[in-house]
Design a protein around this ligand. Structure first.
Ligand code: XMP
Length: 529
């Protein structure tokens, strides 16, 4: 969405207004997001900020602790990022990790030198005689994960050495008077088993935080911020049936009740029963204002004769926007548009821009046109997906919504190879519904990032009873993933695959062959298109 109308109000998304916050100053480490997650798991609000952030953040977010992240730089490189002055002027506890420790050392007058032998991989650090709140309740020797090319050869004034490793005489250090800590190892990765405890010690023992950032407190703070922001205006929200838009809308509904109107566009490309489920839950059970727009015919018309995946996506996206606009513009006094934007997208655009190559044209309810004049309301913009699920549960949403696997905006159209017709959608819906039920019955649904069926454009010969058949080959795709950037094909049990295959071929007319997709991402993508 264009910046021009991206008038997002940070207040609404900021659950930290009354909560204690730890900020992670991000120097480009791939682990910054993991640090934030580990801290948040302690019920402490944590936000990732770029080093250019100014000191207003301290008051704005009630910051009570600062973590300086690792990063790919050497402190001696010309373009090496540095710590903003306000960090050391704040008087707050600071934990520098890897590059964060080195830049802190350099800033405070210690010495950092290049390593002859780079230390990379698992290592052991041994605590010195000094006791420290950072290592409370931890054994004397700890398994850690090292990844660094420079090391500290001399601590700044006031610091003591807390631990060393074979290659790092100063693997951990502290200035207890100023509450400054430095660690050469990464605490946030799985290879550092005590990592979470060290972060917890920093947050609880050093920063003295109260750990009261819970789903319930988030809901309270967030709904009150939404009420203040929206005032007497109304809000519209595009529901997609997915967890993000459902939770965002539920929060807004909790805040302003019937001043929220939801629009649900039934494209005819949804999974079996999906439109009915949404209508039933939000319309009938919850009695929200919800406009269900039955637009299947218009979508099928647009897709007639189209086989190119990009053309499909663009046509679906454009029509979706048109229909959304037609309906949104009819809602009186609607000044705000609520969206289920999540934190990884915010971090991605704030820290790294969006320079990556376009693989495909993404469409979701967020891809609305630039000339829409709504102000954005993004109550989940500082949350990770699992946190959104917890909020959804706390708000009373049922498990089938809260735990729903991601589903692409263009729907089943990206799972039908070649032309999309009503007949093919029905075939795919029937097959997909069997797959979905079997995966759930096997208790695997939540372990998989996604599991779905793809209708190929290939027909093959088969035999059923005494008859020759000529039907479509269907592919099953099931993947595990953390964030959809990479994925691995799921090692589903053979017996389960056999059951799914038997059921689909026997129960769904038009399909006579099943294959299982064993491609990871990369080089494959999750969807087939
Ligand atoms: P790929 O196929 O690129 O998909 O590996 C990555 C993730 O994105 C989902 N996906 C979409 N989600 N609008 C969406 O909201 C889209 O247009 C879209 N296309 C793909 C896909 O299901 C997977 O989770």
């Amino acid at each position: 969405m264009a910046e021009a109308h991206r008038k997002t109000n940070e207040q609404t998304g900021s659950p930290s207004r009354q909560h204690e916050t730890i900020v992670v100053v991000d120097f480009g480490s791939q682990y910054s997001m993991l640090i934030a997650r580990r801290i948040r798991e302690l019920n402490i609000y944590c936000e990732i900020i770029p080093p250019q952030t100014d000191s207003h953040i301290l008051q704005e977010k009630n910051v009570l602790g600062i973590i300086l992240s690792g990063g790919p730089f050497s402190v001696y490189e010309d373009n090496a990022p540095t710590v903003p002055e306000w960090v050391f002027e704040s008087g707050l506890p600071i934990l520098g990790i890897c590059y964060g420790m080195q830049i802190m050392t350099k800033k405070l007058g210690g010495t950092v030198i290049p390593e002859n032998i780079k230390e990379y991989g698992s290592a052991k650090i041994k605590q010195t005689k000094q006791t420290s709140p950072l290592f409370d309740d931890l054994s004397e020797t700890l398994d850690v994960w090292m990844s660094h090319g420079d090391r500290i050869s001399q601590t700044p004034n006031g610091f003591q050495i807390l631990a060393n490793s074979d290659n790092s005489p100063i693997a951990a250090m502290a200035d207890p008077d100023r509450n400054y800590y430095g660690l050469q190892c990464h605490q946030q990765v799985v290879h550092t088993p005590s990592g979470k405890k060290i972060l917890s010690n920093f947050a609880k023992n050093v920063c003295k935080l109260s750990c009261d950032w819970t789903p319930a407190s988030f809901i309270e703070t967030s709904t009150s911020a939404i009420r203040t922001q929206v005032g007497t205006d109304s809000v519209i929200c595009g529901l997609s049936g997915g967890v993000d838009s459902a939770v965002a809308a539920s929060l807004v509904h909790q805040a302003i009740g019937e001043k929220l109107t939801c629009i649900f566009v039934d494209t005819g490309l949804l999974r079996a029963n999906e439109a009915d489920e949404v209508r039933d839950l939000f319309g009938k059970q919850k009695n929200w204002n919800i406009h269900v727009v039955n637009a299947a015919e218009r979508f099928f018309e647009q897709l007639e004769g189209v086989t190119d995946p990009e053309v499909k996506r663009i046509r679906i996206g454009n029509l979706f926007v048109k229909i959304f606009e037609e309906n949104a513009n009819n809602i009186e006094n609607a000044h705000f548009l609520c969206q289920g934007t999540l934190y990884p997208d915010v971090i991605e655009s704030a820290l790294h821009g969006s320079g990556s190559a376009k693989i495909k044209t993404h469409h979701n309810v967020g891809g609305l046109p630039e000339d829409m004049t709504f102000e954005l309301l993004e109550p989940l913009r500082l949350l990770f997906k699992d946190e959104v699920r917890n909020i959804g549960t706390e708000l009373g949403l049922p498990d089938n919504i809260v735990w729903r696997q991601p589903f692409p905006g263009p729907g089943l159209a990206v799972r039908i190879i070649g032309e999309v017709t009503k007949e093919k959608v029905s075939i795919l819906q029937a097959a997909d519904s069997i797959l979905d039920k079997e995966i759930k019955a096997a208790n695997l649904y939540r372990d998989l990032w996604q599991s779905f069926a793809v209708l190929t454009n290939t027909k093959t010969v088969g035999v059923m009873g005494d008859f020759r058949t000529y039907g479509y080959a269907l592919a099953i795709r099931a993947v595990t993933s953390e964030d959809a950037m990479t994925a691995d094909w799921a090692r589903l049990p053979y017996d389960l695959l056999a059951k799914i295959s038997n059921r689909i071929v026997n129960e769904v007319e038009g399909i006579n062959r099943i294959s299982y997709d064993i491609t990871s991402k990369p080089p494959g993508t999750i969807e087939w298109e």
